[in-house]
Every structure is written in structure tokens, then in C-alpha cells.
Ligand binder design. Structure first.
Ligand code: ACM
Length: 534
């Protein structure tokens, strides 16, 4: 491991953090956290103290109370403006701990650093057959350290597709905790697609009643003619989603909801055929994988329907960003629909193909009119309304093209950020999206700086996001197998922007003890076996 940026050349295992802090220097001594420890919690720092206890108590039995003379200080100090929204400073010395930040979110990030500094066993959920907590937790120790830390990029996201395979909300809570542990701050919840509609909409209950269940699922990749014969379904209640939003907020994670428009809508068309281009046609919730030809019609009633849907989405999700889809919209139906051709003419468009941008423009206007920021997938970086933040998935060039046009951009290059691709080539891997494989090193190679380094463009790149599409991923174990440790590399690039594969690779080895304690699979690193010790 090479010396870099204040990092000692041989940091102790308990100082190997992922993502790497901006500045870290070891200090002598260790702080002992035991039943006599008290927290001194300044006004505004209570959520961070609560979060610290939420993590400590179940695994150590410790639940340090507030006291004015507490030696573990959590302090909000608005004068620390250089730390921004999410930065924090952490000093651990023998006789005290000081965690401070300008903003509450910074303290939440610092709590995750404290968790990483603790011995890994304090991350493990207690075993039902293990010793009682009171005897297990005499004390835990934090190593002496001085850290100043803040993120390189404000958007550090992970998408989970709960449309293709539904996951119970209890699992989403764990998923969020693992994101927060790596200082990610966005969970994009892909709530609707051809194969399922998971978000309840009071005005249109059939979206989940009909659209939430499919008769069976295709086995294997798009184009396969084999099916499993087993129904699959599920949807959330409003209370569950509100609970998830609160759980995420307590960890400094924003849940960005995604409603796919105007393609990837077959589940909505199954529930409400009048939304389609051919309203007399009856469609089932799609049982196949791939790109579906069926897209929304373009009548005023369709626009109004989805304005109502988006109103309910915005009511439930306080996120400043609302994702409206926009990807993979075949125009064949519009080109053969008299109503769509007439609409395109009426709107002054060159033809029905332009209904894609027009439709998204209407939805983006609605979201922006409600004071939120619309986000959409870029098909080429040049066709979305300028109000949209562009999530660029096909090639990095689309991201730079969108930035040049003046869009804010999230770099989601599929070759580096799609975790539904296999982690390695070869027969040992479970079924995955065909056509590509990406290992941890591939993710670490993610490029977040436009070529030529035009400062205006660079400033428009908000960050990056990993994607887990779940056509081939039915279980939570499989989700984690695909997500980790690749997400660690994404988090490293997004938070720390380090660019030293060997150094990161060594640190990731050290981090594995934490993943083990958290019961997160991380066995295959692809490039070489991990050494027994760091
Ligand atoms: C996408 O992968 N269709 C955004």
C-alpha cells in the first residue's frame, strides 16, 4: 500500500476505511466506550446520537445517554462551512471523542465512520444462541485518529429494481443500511416496469391490484421461450414506503422514486387498457424480459392520469428528485396510431417519434411545477427537456453531451455501474444479464470527469449510481452477491475519488472483515485471491 494524501504507509486494520476519508492521521491511544461512557449531544445533533445508539445497542448492549460532561461529543457547528452538507471532523483521543459537522447530515456520515473504526464484531447482529448482550459487551475501543472528511460528489446512488422481483420492505431497510455504511446517499427505487407495479396509488387501485402480479416469469434471458409457471407479485403499502423514507432519512439517504414513462408500462396497461395506444386491446402484465413494444398513448387523459400518479408519488416521497424513466421507448405503436400521428402534428412535432421527448417534457413540467427536479434516463444525451437531470446509462459520451447542453448529469455508464452483469466471466457465476461482465476493478475505473476537464461541465456531473436490475435476481442473498463488493468501489470513486487501484484493492481486503460481520457476501473479488492478512 503506497503512501498517499496523508495516509500512513502501513495503516492499522482498524483505520482502513471504505470509502477513504479526505484526510486521516493516526493519533496515539485508544478511546474506551463502555457502560460509563456518556454522550454530550449539542442541539441539532440528536439524530446522529440516536443513530449511533441504534447501531450500538443491538450488537454491544451499550446505549450511552446524554450528559453535559459526556466525553463523546457530537456537535453541530454551522461555522464549519468548509465541510459542506455532508462533511465532518472526527477526533478520537484516549480521553474523548469529538464528532462535529456544519450540518446534521455530516454527523450522520461521521457516525458511519465511527462504526467502521469499531471492531468488526460490533457490526454483527447477535446470534439467537449467543451469549446475552450484557455479558458480551464489557467495552469496545476506538483507535486514536484525526479525520477530516467530505465527499467529492453529491450524488452517490444505488438503484434497486423491485419491479422485476419484489422485495419486502424489511429487506429494503437492510439494503439502505448497507448503502449508508458506505456513505452512499441515494436509493433509487425502481417501482414500476412492464413486469410489475409496486407503488400503491389511491386514485388508481388497479395499478397494484392487477399490475402488481404476473402469471409467471421467463427463465433465462430475453428471447427465451421457457417460463417458470409460478406467479410472482407484491406491492407496498403507503405506510411501508413512508417508513422506508423515514428509515433512510435517519441515515442521510434520500429515496428517489422512479415511475417508468412512457415505456416500460405494460403493468399499467394491463390494469388500465385505456392508457394505451389501442384501448380495446387487453394485455397481461408482461412475463417476458427485454424491451416491450407497448407504450403509453398520448391523449390528454393519459397525461392527466400520470400527473395524478406523480402527485401521489411526490406526496409520499419528499425527495427533491423524482425519476420519470424515459428509457427504451419503441415508437412503433405511435407510428401506427392515427391518434398519436395527429397529436404529433397538433403539437408541431416533426413526427410521432418526437412524442418521446414531448411526453417526457409534459411530465417533467409537472414535476418541476411542483417544485421538484425531474430525472430521466438519457437515450443519447441530447433529447431530454433541459429541466431534467440526466441519468446517462448507455455510454460516457452521452453524459458529457448532456453536460455540454446544460443538464445536470448522473454518470451511470452501464459497463461500469450495472451490477446485474456477472461479476466475472466463466461458468461459476449465477445467471446474469448477458453480454458483459464487470468486476470490482471495472467499477473502480468509472470515469466521473469529462474529457478535457472543462470546468463548467465537470461541475454538472453530480455523481454516479450503481444499478441492480433484477430480471435474474429473485432473492436478497443474490442481490447482495451482485452488489458487493462492487458497490464498495463505486462508493470509493463517488465519495473519495481516489485513483490508485492497488491502494484501494489493499484497503478493500481490510474492509472484508466488516462485510463478513454484516453477513454480506464478498467472496469473489475476481482479480486475485485476497491475502490472509493485510
Ligand atoms: C436501462 O437500463 N434501460 C436504463
Amino acid at each position: 500500500m503506497g503512501p498517499a494524501d496523508g495516509q500512513p504507509s502501513h495503516p492499522r486494520l482498524d483505520q482502513i476505511l471504505v470509502p477513504r476519508p479526505r484526510r486521516l492521521s493516526p493519533r496515539p491511544g485508544r478511546f474506551r466506550l463502555d457502560r460509563t461512557t456518556r454522550l454530550r449531544v449539542s442541539p441539532g445533533a440528536e439524530p446522529a446520537a440516536d443513530l449511533l445508539r441504534t447501531y450500538l445497542t443491538p450488537t454491544t448492549g451499550l446505549s450511552p445517554e446524554h450528559a453535559e460532561d459526556g466525553t463523546f461529543v457530537l456537535a453541530l457547528d454551522p461555522a464549519l462551512t468548509g465541510l459542506g452538507e455532508e462533511g465532518y471532523g472526527l477526533t478520537v483521543a484516549e480521553h474523548g471523542v469529538l464528532l462535529r459537522a456544519a450540518r446534521p447530515t455530516g454527523l450522520l456520515r461521521g457516525v458511519q465512520t465511527v462504526r467502521q473504526l469499531l471492531p468488526p464484531h460490533t457490526l454483527a447482529a447477535p446470534r439467537p444462541d449467543g451469549p446475552p448482550l450484557a455479558s458480551a459487551a464489557a467495552a469496545v475501543e476506538l483507535p486514536g485518529v484525526e479525520i477530516t472528511d467530505l465527499p467529492a460528489h453529491p450524488w452517490r446512488g444505488m438503484l434497486l429494481d423491485v419491479a422485476r422481483h419484489f422485495q419486502p420492505v424489511s429487506y429494503l431497510h437492510r439494503f439502505v443500511d448497507l448503502l449508508a455504511f458506505h456513505k452512499l446517499n441515494v436509493l433509487q427505487l425502481h417501482l414500476t416496469d412492464d413486469q410489475g407495479w409496486r407503488m400503491p396509488v389511491a386514485a388508481y387501485p388497479r395499478l397494484t391490484e392487477i399490475g402488481g402480479r404476473r402469471a409467471e416469469s421467463m427463465i433465462g434471458p430475453a428471447g427465451s421461450e421457457r417460463f417458470d409457471g409460478r406467479p410472482h407479485g407484491g406491492s407496498y403499502t403507503r405506510a411501508e414506503l413512508a417508513g422506508l423514507v423515514a428509515h433512510a432519512a435517519a441515515r442521510g439517504v434520500t429515496v428517489v422514486p422512479e415511475i417508468s414513462l412512457p415505456g416500460h408500462v405494460r403493468s399499467a396497461l394491463a390494469a388500465y387498457p385505456e392508457l394505451g395506444n389501442f384501448p380495446d386491446r387487453r394485455l397481461d402484465v408482461w412475463t417476458r424480459w427485454g424491451v416491450c413494444d407497448n407504450v403509453l398513448g398520448v391523449g390528454d387523459h393519459v397525461l392527466d392520469f400520470f400527473r395524478t400518479v406523480l402527485d401521489e408519488v411526490m406526496d409520499l416521497f419528499p425527495s427533491p428528485y423524482i425519476h420519470i424513466g424515459g428509457d427504451e421507448v419503441p415508437t412503433r405503436e405511435w407510428e401506427s396510431s392515427r391518434a398519436a400521428i395527429a397529436r404529433a402534428a397538433r403539437e408541431g412535432l416533426a413526427g410521432p417519434r418526437e412524442l418521446h421527448g414531448w411526453f417526457l417534457g409534459r411530465m417533467a413540467d409537472h414535476v418541476a411545477g411542483a417544485g421538484r427536479r425531474p430525472v430521466a434516463w438519457a437515450e443519447d444525451g441530447t433529447t431530454l427537456p433541459l429541466s431534467c437531470t440526466v441519468m446517462s446509462w448507455r455510454t460516457p459520451e452521452h453524459a458529457w453531451a448532456a453536460a455540454r447542453r446544460g443538464h445536470d448529469v448522473v454518470q451511470a455508464d452501464h459497463r461500469r455501474t450495472y451490477f446485474d452483469y456477472a461479476r466475472a466471466t466463466g461458468p461459476g457465476e449465477p445467471p446474469a444479464q448477458p453480454g458483459h461482465a464487470t468486476d470490482v476493478r471495472g467499477v473502480y475505473g468509472l470515469d466521473l470527469l469529462p474529457p478535457g476537464g472543462e470546468p463548467g461541465q465537470a461541475g454538472r456531473v453530480l455523481g454516479t449510481q450503481g444499478q441492480l436490475w433484477t430480471e435474474f435476481v429473485p432473492t436478497s442473498r443474490h442481490i447482495e452477491y451482485l452488489t458487493y463488493p462492487r458497490l464498495c468501489a463505486l462508493a470509493e470513486r463517488a465519495w473519495a475519488a481516489t485513483d490508485d487501484w492497488r491502494e484501494f484493492r489493499g484497503r478493500l481486503d481490510g474492509h472484508r472483515a466488516r462485510l463478513t460481520a454484516l453477513d454480506v457476501p464478498h467472496d469473489t473479488l475476481g482479480d486475485r485471491p485476497a491475502p490472509a492478512t493485510v
